[in-house]
Write a protein that binds this ligand. Structure first.
Ligand code: KG4
Ligand code: ZN
Length: 342
């Protein structure tokens, strides 16, 4: 029985897992709080985590019908993420581990994302019986990367964004269109029925021979486009076409680079997680491309795409059980912790 915390960005989450099953996964999102500012404000995020973590943890234990005294370990995201936000979850987990005299397990946020596509069913449980080496796309508001996952606990970073994340591009493009933060889901909704070929936006780094991404140029081109075509925002069809065109550019870059990486490294499976993986066009295009290339596709369930403590708990439990991993109760947060490239 393990309790996990995730507080690396703007979701306060606690989950209880037991033998690969998620007994509870409570997520308190701070979207409304940061919406006013058009992006995550680190200091506000940290204060909100401080306010919410105990109620969220209590709710997670309650839903799982587990008393804190039954916990066998406590885990938290050690990094990467916003320093003051990470600190809340890590120090709370270490304090709980100290009082309960249980081990503390420290988890890498991106490594945990690699496991969410393997959580299936209702209630979700980890199913690694069909595990195959894969190329994992992680695309969210804070990160966009491709990771080669050769086996359990065995992975290396293939490439990542050199500037904005894919979700950040959705959000910033949406802001220019006057949509509320975070705009990804609204662009997804408006793009339905829009023509993705209506306006030509750049596909940054699509043809470069590496697995890196860049999305800030795309955002800039949306800014210039709107400077010259501002009337378009008042036209419902025009706005739908614009959303579909911007979404089309982001999705094409993500899909083409993911498939190309999978083919190059020779895996037969592609997985995807992160908030942007909720995008319906991305899910559909990845499915089409994988079918065409005879690749197995495993997409995280939409509810587990965004940041959550369940993925932290599942990985922590496996690391503790199979590798005997535990971290010091004095372990410090690692805000810039990067996945190894080699
Ligand atoms: O994983 P997540 O909750 O955490 C981070 O903030 O990193 O991802 C949130 C991001 C936001 O940028 C949001 O706009 C984007 O995921 N997002 C979407 C959709 N749903 C969420 N982007 C495109 N289409 C969606 N349906
Ligand atoms: Zn994340």
């Amino acid at each position: 029985m393990l309790l996990a915390f995730e507080t690396s960005c703007d979701e306060t989450s606690a989950a209880v897992v037991h033998e690969g099953r998620i007994l509870s996964n409570v997520v308190s999102s701070q979207i409304a709080l940061h919406g006013e500012y058009g992006g995550v404000v680190p200091e506000l995020a940290a204060r909100e985590h401080l306010r919410n973590l105990i109620p969220v943890a209590r709710e997670a234990l309650g839903q799982a019908r587990v008393d804190a005294s039954h916990l066998e370990a406590v885990a938290a995201t050690l990094g990467p993420g916003l320093p003051s936000a990470l600190m809340v979850g890590v120090k709370a987990a270490q304090a709980a581990a100290f009082v309960l005299r249980r081990p503390f397990v420290a988890i890498h946020h991106h490594e945990a994302h690699l496991y969410s596509p393997w959580l299936q069913g209702q209630p979700p449980a980890a199913d690694f019986s069909e595990f195959e080496p894969n190329v994992a796309l992680i695309a969210s508001g804070g990160h966009t990367m491709l990771v080669l996952v050769q086996g359990e606990f065995e992975h290396r970073l293939l490439g990542a964004t050199v500037d904005d994340a894919a979700g950040e591009c959705f959000d910033k493009a949406g802001k220019l269109m006057g949509l509320a933060y975070p705009a990804g889901r609204e662009i997804d909704r408006l793009a339905e029925g829009g023509d993705p070929k209506a306006f030509a936006f750049p596909r940054p780094m699509l043809d470069e021979p590496n697995d890196d991404f860049s999305f800030s140029g795309l955002k800039t081109s949306v800014r210039y486009f709107l400077r010259d075509h501002s009337a378009l925002l008042d036209d419902a069809k025009g706005l739908r076409d614009l959303c579909a065109s911007v979404q089309g550019a982001i999705v094409e870059v993500l899909v083409v680079k993911t498939i190309r990486a999978a083919r190059r490294v020779g895996v037969k499976c592609v997985t995807a997680s992160g908030g942007v993986t909720c995008n319906r066009a991305l899910r559909a295009e990845l499915a089409t491309a994988c079918r065409r290339e005879h690749l197995t596709l495993r997409l995280a369930e939409p509810a587990l795409c965004t940041d959550n403590a369940a993925m932290i708990g599942i990985l922590a439990e496996r690391k503790h059980r199979f590798k005997g991993e535990e971290a010091s109760l004095d372990a410090d947060i690692l805000p810039s912790w990067a996945l190894a490239r080699e």
